[in-house]
Ligand binder design. Structure first.
Ligand code: HEM
Length: 536
């Protein structure tokens, strides 16, 4: 029979073992000396703070308390580095992939397109698609974009009666409709929305707009995505999505089906046309043609070509309308900037019917204040506020500026092991006063008209868009950023020439999803109400 003493000894032994286990684990971790906040959940660590749609204060709190590097916890105590140090951001973005969960979630929804692939498969796709998104190709869409933006302007003026009296318009909704129409025409050569009335009812447009709301209730299950393939073949998984008594999943299934079947029918239709006919300029036609001519080694299989359609639509639609809405929001908040921008636009008098498309594109891009407003919005309020990556090797990364370790020593290099997770905090890197100056938190387009602080060059953030990261950087950087830039500039040029935009009394909230989205309390869906008046 064990005595009380035996029981006591067993408890002490167990406690000692547990203590040693925890201590050894901590000692073994090369991140043990990196300071950071305590986890708020025993199994979710700091994730509820990191991925909180109302959590804008968290990145600023971390920056103020810990600086550019903080250690946090993910699921079941997994260590996560929350980083805005520009040298670390550079090394990580240029070398490490997103964690499998991120890539697999994209793959489940849009198949094996750019967002849903990694490694050699992804490299091969980029090789095929990069030239189609180069400036030379994007320039060719300038007249189409102006045509569509003018259509929207005329609908506002006439069908919606703004020529007669001001109206409150949801600028997110209209940016989203224009984005979808432009991507349909430019990327797939088909028009889905004539943009001439209040509503758009094309099933594809409806499905794409429903995608993000449908994905939100499922986002907590993203963690399981790398393992879903073990449930069986695709056909079985597809059947389960519709058959399980789970409304959120069934809804997502319906949305994905519409997007996929439209992609397949577009692909089949493209195979019947003469792709050598130069009038077929849309991305999909050019891609099919390039793929047909590619060497066996470089050629993409059919399913990967089809998957690009949903991928490009989702990537363009989930981001550009929110970026545009944010610009309109800033212009509403700061009427001085709006007036100054309109003045530049009205005095530029671009000939938008200029048959020299290259000249028209170059003149639009050369408008300095328009460019400065865009850059400043994407700096201060980047639509994407964080990126996720996972180390694929053990390595050491020197820091831009040292941090102070838990033991009080200076840390100048991060030693990370394979598998370490990173949250790259774009919002902090874009607002760092040591990089951007003491006015880093102010919306000041003028900063881009003057030489930037030397620290911007020294920090060398690895973005594809100037020294900024709204479009990411490295091998998974945004392929469509020149396209997005053109769309945003054309829409601003066209609408600001005709209208004044003012905030309403509604309280607009920006939700910190993976892409920041505006809403109004108590109103369903994305909302950016603005009072729009015609300029007489
Ligand atoms: C303002 C608008 C946009 C923003 C802020 C934006 C932002 C981003 C960011 C941050 C990434 C990198 C994600 C990561 O590293 O994990 C990305 C990737 C991507 N974007 Fe965009 N994007 C925009 C517009 C577009 C447009 C218009 C298109 C297509 C026409 C597009 C297509 C893509 C694709 C295909 C990828 C995946 C690239 C890859 O994995 O190789 N984006 N975007």
């Amino acid at each position: 029979m064990p005595t009380r003493l035996d029981s006591f000894a067993a408890v002490v032994a167990a406690a000692t073992l547990l203590f040693l286990y925890v201590r050894n684990r901590r000692a073994r971790s090369p991140l043990a000396n990196i300071p950071g906040p305590s986890p708020v959940s025993s199994w979710k660590g700091n994730l509820p703070q990191i991925f909180n749609i109302k959590g804008w204060d968290f990145p600023s709190y971390i920056f103020a308390t810990y600086g550019r590097v903080a250690k946090m916890h993910g699921l079941f105590g997994r260590e996560v580095l929350y980083v805005s140090d520009p040298r670390v951001v550079r090394r990580v973005l240029l070398n490490f992939p997103p964690p499998p969960m991120v890539v697999e979630s994209h793959n489940l929804v849009n198949g094996s397109g750019l967002l849903g692939t990694m490694g050699d498969q992804h490299k091969k796709q980029r090789k095929m698609l990069n030239p189609l998104f180069a400036v030379k190709h994007v320039k060719a869409f300038t007249p189409l974009f102006f045509d569509m933006a003018q259509k929207l302007r005329d609908t506002y003026l006439n069908e919606l009666g703004i020529a007669e009296e001001p109206r409150t318009m949801n600028m997110h909704y209209w940016s989203s409709r224009l984005t979808l129409e432009l991507i349909s025409q430019a990327a797939f050569g088909q028009s889905l929305d004539p943009l001439n009335s209040e509503d758009s009812a094309h099933p594809y447009t409806v499905a794409v707009r429903a995608m993000l709301p449908a994905a939100l209730p499922l986002s907590v299950f993203r963690l399981t995505t790398p393992y879903l393939k073990y449930l069986g073949p695709k056909s079985l998984r597809r059947w389960l999505v519709h058959a399980l008594p789970w409304p959120a999943l069934n809804e997502m299934g319906k949305v994905v089906d519409v997007i996929y079947s439209t992609a397949v029918s577009t692909y089949k239709q493209k195979k019947t046309i003469d792709l050598d006919d130069p009038s077929h300029k849309d991305v999909m036609s050019v891609l099919l043609n390039a793929n047909k001519r590619a060497s066996q080694e470089d050629r993409l299989p059919e399913n990967e070509v089809i998957s690009q359609m949903g991928t490009l639509t989702a990537a363009a639609h989930d981001t550009t309308p929110n970026a545009l809405a944010r610009i309109f929001w800033h212009l509403g908040q700061d009427q001085r900037v709006q007036d100054k921008l309109r003045e530049e636009i009205l005095s530029a008098k671009l000939d938008i019917n200029n048959p020299d498309i290259v000249q028209l594109y170059d003149e639009l891009m050369a408008l300095p204040y328009l460019d400065a407003v865009l850059r400043e919005t994407l700096r201060l309020t980047s639509p994407v506020s964080m990126l996720q990556r996972r180390a694929n090797v053990d390595t050491s990364i020197p820091l831009w500026k040292p941090i102070i370790g838990v033991d009080g020593s200076d840390i100048t290099t991060l030693n990370v092991t394979k598998g370490t997770d990173f949250i790259l905090v774009i919002v902090n890197a874009h607002r760092d006063p040591e990089i951007w100056g003491p006015d880093a938190l102010e919306f000041k387009p003028e900063r881009w008209l003057n030489p930037l602080p030397d620290a911007v060059g020294d920090a060398a953030l690895p973005g594809v868009y100037f020294q900024l990261l709204p479009f990411g950087g490295g091998f998974k950087a945004c392929i469509g950023y020149k396209y997005a830039e053109l769309q945003m500039k054309v829409m601003l040029y066209t609408l600001l020439s005709a209208f004044k935009f003012q905030p309403t009394t509604d309280k607009v909230i920006w939700n910190m999803h993976m892409v920041a989205t505006p809403s109004v309390e108590g109103v369903k869906g994305s909302q950016l109400p603005m009072k729009v008046s015609a300029i007489v």
